[in-house]
Write a protein that binds this ligand. Structure first.
Ligand code: SAM
Length: 359
C-alpha cells in the first residue's frame, strides 16, 4: 500500500471476510444437498411436517449423529426451518418442490459429481491455469464426464429437443421420413440418442474428439438397443459426411478451440435445406447483464471447465474461445461462418439459448 493510500475501514474488511465464510458454506452446501438426495434425507423430510432428529434418523439408514449435523447445517443454510422450542426441523413445501419434485436436487447432485472430479484434479488444473495453459476434457477424471451427462439429462430433456425441432419449419417431417443428423461434441450422447429415439427412421451420428466419451456412448446405445445411432471419434473441424438435414451442438460450441471453424464446417456439411440447432448457456449480451447469481455460476463453470478445454485446443489460426456468449455474439459468429438466418427458438429452456441457424 502506498503512503498516500488509506487502509480500508476495518468493518469493510470484516465484511469481506464474512463473505468468504458464506462462500465456503455455500460451496460445501452443494455436497450436503447432494448427500441429502443420495441418502434419502430430503425424501424423509418432504411432506412430513416438523420432525425431531431421532424421527428423521428413524426414516433413513444414515448414522444418527450425522443426521443431526446434516439437519443443523441445512437449517443454517436456510433450507430447513428449525423450531428451538420443540427441537424439530421442517422442510418447507417450496424447498421440497424445488429439490425433491423439481430439477434442483438432480442438478445439485450432478454438480457434486463434477465438483468431485474438479477437486481430485485441482492440483494439475491449477498448475496448468497458472502456467497459461488450457486443460482438456480428456485430462479430467470420469466423474467430470458422468456429472456433465447427469446435468444434461436434467437441463436438456428429450421433450425440450423435440419442442426445438418442432419449431424448425419442415424439419420434423424430414427426420420422420428418413433424415440424417449429426450431433457435434456429443459427450455421452444423451441428446443424440434422444433424437434417434424421437425419429427412428433417421440416421443419427454423434461425434466427439474425446475417445472415452465415444466409447461410453457406444456402450450405452448398445445397452439401450438404439439401432439408428452411431458414434465416431472426430473433432468438430473434421465432421465426416455431408448433406445433413440437421446438425446439433448441445452445450458444446463454447468448449471448442475454434468455434468459428466448427460452425463453418457444419454449414459446409448441411444439405440444401438443412439447419443447425445451436444450444448454448443462457448468457446476457453484456458483462453487466451477467453480474448476477446465474451469470456467476455460468462464468465459474466457464472458467473451471469449458474455456480451459477450448484453450487446450487453440492454435495460431483458430478463432477466440467463446466463453459465456450472449445471443448477439452468437449471431455475429454465425454470420461470420456464413449463416444468413439466425432465429431464437421459443422453447422452455430456462438455462439455455436455443438458436436455429440456416445458410
Ligand atoms: C459440455 S460437454 C456437452 C456434451 C453433450 N453435448 C451433452 O449435452 O451432454 C462438451 C463436449 O464437447 C466435446 N468437445 C470439445 N471440443 C471438441 C471438439 N473440438 N470437437 C468435438 N467435440 C469437442 C467435449 O469432449 C465434450 O464432450
Amino acid at each position: 500500500m502506498s503512503m498516500t493510500q488509506q487502509a480500508p475501514p476495518a468493518e469493510a474488511v470484516e465484511e469481506q471476510l464474512g463473505k468468504i465464510v458464506t462462500e465456503l458454506g455455500a460451496a460445501l452446501g452443494v455436497l450436503l444437498t447432494s448427500l441429502g438426495t443420495r441418502s434419502g434425507l430430503w425424501s424423509a423430510l418432504a411432506g412430513a411436517g416438523p420432525l425431531t432428529t431421532a424421527e428423521v434418523a428413524a426414516r433413513v439408514t444414515v448414522e444418527p449423529s450425522l443426521v443431526r449435523e446434516w439437519l443443523r447445517a441445512q437449517a443454517a443454510g436456510g433450507y430447513l426451518a428449525y423450531d428451538p422450542a420443540t427441537g424439530t426441523f421442517t422442510l418447507p413445501d417450496a424447498v421440497a418442490a424445488a429439490i425433491c419434485h423439481g430439477p434442483g436436487g438432480a442438478l445439485v447432485d450432478a454438480a457434486a459429481t463434477m465438483l468431485s472430479s474438479m477437486g481430485e484434479g485441482f492440483a494439475a488444473f491449477s498448475e496448468a491455469f497458472s502456467a497459461g495453459q488450457g486443460f482438456g476434457w480428456h485430462q479430467r477424471t470420469a466423474a467430470h464426464w458422468h456429472g456433465t451427462d447427469a446435468f444434461t439429462r436434467v437441463a436438456l430433456p428429450a421433450e425440450l429437443i423435440e419442442a426445438a425441432i418442432a419449431e424448425m419449419p419442415g424439419l420434423a417431417a424430414v427426420l420422420a421420413a428418413d433424415g440424417s443428423v449429426a450431433d457435434v461434441g456429443c459427450g455421452y450422447g444423451t441428446p443424440t440418442m434422444a433424437i434417434a429415439g424421437l425419429f427412428p427412421a433417421a440416421r443419427v451420428l454423434g461425434i466427439d474428439y474425446h475417445d472415452a466419451s465415444i466409447a461410453h456412448s457406444r456402450a450405452e446405445a448398445a445397452r439401450r438397443d438404439v439401432g439408428n445411432v452411431r458414434f465416431e471419434v472426430a473433432a468438430a473441424s473434421g465432421l465426416p459426411g455431408h448433406g445433413y438435414d440437421l446438425i446439433t451442438f448441445f452445450d458444446s460450441l463454447h468448449d471448442m478451440g475454434d468455434p468459428l471453424g466448427a460452425l463453418t464446417r457444419a454449414r459446409q456439411a448441411l444439405g440444401p435445406a438443412g439447419a443447425v440447432l445451436l444450444v448454448e448457456p443462457l448468457g446476457a449480451d453484456d458483462v453487466e447483464g451477467n453480474l448476477n447469481p446465474a451469470g456467476r455460476m455460468f462464468y465459474a463453470v466457464s472458467t473451471l471447465a469449458c474455456t480451459p478445454n477450448a484453450v487446450s485446443q487453440k492454435t495460431a489460426t483458430s478463432s477466440e474461445p467463446l466463453g459465456l456468449a450472449g445471443q448477439q455474439r452468437l449471431r455475429a459468429l454465425a454470420a461470420e461462418a456464413g449463416y444468413s438466418h439466425v432465429r431464437r427458438l421459443e422453447v422452455p429452456a430456462p438455462m439455455n439459448l436455443v438458436l436455429e441457424l440456416r445458410s
